[in-house]
Design a protein around this ligand. Sequence first.
Ligand SMILES: [Zn+2]
Length: 114
Amino acid sequence: MHEMSLTEGVVRILEQQAAQHNFTKVKTVWLEIGELSQVDPDSMAFCFDAVTRGSAVAAGARLEIIRVPGEGFCLDCAKAVHLASRVEGCPECGGFGLRVTQGGDMRVKELEVE
Ligand SMILES: [Zn+2]
């Protein structure tokens, strides 16, 4: 389950932010998960609860997951298209000249701290 190491990465970001910006506690984390990022939001939520327990900064933090739809630009038909998967072709023309423009990764969008 690679969500466990991803969650540890998120907690490290929270701890770095806490050191840089002088806060001691994270109350809420808004995490964007792209449709094409191959990150499972349910596993992420499960791991978050487990991993944050071991962190003074992140313990008890609430996780808000924002799902970002996959979007790409098709170089074959020159259209912006919705992408549900990286392995399927363009929904318009079936071509594979696709560039992912949105929803390809996961990132911490916002923090509520105290
Ligand atoms: Zn196309």
